[in-house]
Design a protein around this ligand. Structure first.
Ligand code: HAM
Length: 426
């Protein structure tokens, strides 16, 4: 076998039992928080029509598609969940009770350049609200994120959320440098999203590039980048057109976040625009407080996505929360939980003649809801005890000819609990 076959493809992961225990623990928290916020789980195929994901704004996510052609059909592995959810909403648009609260926990595929916290497959927890135009929906989503963080052990201040509004940027630019070129707004957002990665000069170059979709004069491009430096809502309000609805929304959002008790962990940051073209309003990303890692999660309002898929107008807002960065952050803070297998009993027949009775005993314990490992071969008791101890079992139940003759089972409590006999019922 070629040595490359011993490894999963670069950027993908095998999940051994201990890895899957952690994943299940995390996903259980995702599901429990979603349930507490009244969201219902949905799912969709990991393979979709490629066209669902191809957009022309120059987003990296489109370049990173795992795509292929089968029997003349162009298909792709989903890089994110939002377009599939939009497809599902569109198919039932007339009959849904709004606002709709849906969540997903799914694997996504992106052919990324690999760096810390970036893989080629990752799982995401998505919460999306459809049919609610007001920022009460954004506030609820941000509260759910903080609830999750608290549940998994990340205390106040270990993660901060940065909030901005694309609508604010759009209002400001449409009153100024994009006055005559509204179509340049989406590609402009995709390019300025790279600011922290590639720096101001490179972003200006991209905005100025005459062959690109934005094509601003250099002075205008520098003005755009300067706007992104604003870190207070008052400064942003001063730069925005008078009576800006986007500023009103942002102020209201912060008021509501006060009521949830999380406003102290949320900052206004004009540089957050997000790299996906479909966002239209408030956008946000969460980062570890020390900013060592990539975004823990990101999302925002995308009120026009359904229309671009040929559906009716429907406001929507949501976020995606990945499993990779949060695992790194928990490890950084020594917060990865020690998770046991949850094995209760190991049942061991001492001799083949006792096996049928041992099987009946294991069956009874399993029917009572206990997790039971039945020793399958002829294993020495000392080895059974060592193995059971290592597996984290609570008890080992031995059943030999002597026990059979007396109608009992010998129970060894692991972890220093001693040994006793119990009557063999049934
Ligand atoms: P996104 O920012 O592309 O948004 O991804 C959301 C989160 O998924 C990121 O913050 C990160 O934690 C995780 N993530 C993304 N790509 C990778 C990767 N290659 N490796 C590891 N983790 C990754 C979206 O996908 C939007 N669809 C979210 C959304 C839902 N917006 C509205 N509703």
């Amino acid at each position: 076998m070629a040595s490359s076959l011993l490894q999963a493809p670069r950027g993908t992961r095998d999940f051994y039992p201990e890895d899957l225990r952690f994943r299940t623990w995390l996903f259980d928290h995702f599901r429990e928080v979603a349930r507490r916020f009244g969201f219902e789980e949905v799912d969709a195929p990991v393979v979709e029509h490629e066209e669902l994901f191809t957009r022309k704004a120059g987003e990296e996510i489109v370049e990173q598609l795992y795509h292929f052609e089968l029997h003349g059909r162009k298909l792709a592995l989903r890089p994110e969940m939002t377009p599939s959810i939009a497809r599902m909403v569109r198919a039932r648009a007339g009959g849904l009770r709004l606002p709709l609260r849906w969540f997903t926990v799914t694997q996504n595929w992106r052919y990324e350049r690999m760096t810390r916290g970036r893989k080629r497959e990752h799982f995401q927890w998505n919460l999306d609200v459809w049919g609610e135009p007001g920022v009460a929906a954004e506030a609820e989503l941000l509260a759910a994120i903080f609830t999750l963080l608290r549940r998994i052990g990340l205390g106040a201040g270990q993660v901060r959320v940065q909030v901005n509004s694309r609508a604010l940027l759009e209002e400001t630019l449409r009153a100024g440098v994009l006055r005559d070129r509204p179509a340049a707004f989406e590609p402009l957002c995709v390019r300025i999203d790279k600011l922290s990665k590639i720096g101001a000069d490179a972003v200006v170059d991209q905005l100025v590039d005459p062959a690109g979709p934005v094509g601003l004069p250099p002075a205008d491009a520098r003005d755009v980048v300067a706007l992104l430096g604003l870190r207070s809502l008052d400064d942003a309000a001063a730069a925005a057109p008078a009576g800006s609805p986007a500023i009103t929304d942002l102020r209201r959002l912060f008021e509501l976040l006060e009521a949830y008790g999380v406003a102290a962990h949320v900052d206004f940051d004009a540089s957050v625009v997000r790299g996906l073209a479909y966002y239209t309003g408030i956008v946000f990303e969460a980062f570890d407080a020390e900013r060592k890692l990539r975004a823990v999660c990101g999302g925002g309002r995308y009120d026009r996505l359904l229309e671009t898929l040929g559906g009716p107008a429907m406001p929507a807002v949501g976020f995606g929360f990945g499993d990779v960065v949060i695992a790194e952050l928990l490890a950084e803070h020594d917060l990865v939980p020690a998770l046991s297998r949850g094995l209760d009993d190991v049942v061991c027949a001492l001799g083949e003649a006792q096996r049928p009775a041992a099987i009946r005993l294991a069956t009874r314990l399993r029917e009572a809801g206990r997790s039971v490992e039945l020793v399958l071969g002829d294993v020495r008791p000392k080895r059974v005890l060592d193995d059971a101890d290592r597996a984290g079992a609570r008890r080992v139940l031995f059943f030999g000819p002597d026990e059979a003759a007396r109608g009992v089972v010998r129970v060894r409590e692991l972890g220093g609990g001693g040994e006793h006999e119990e009557p063999l019922e049934g």
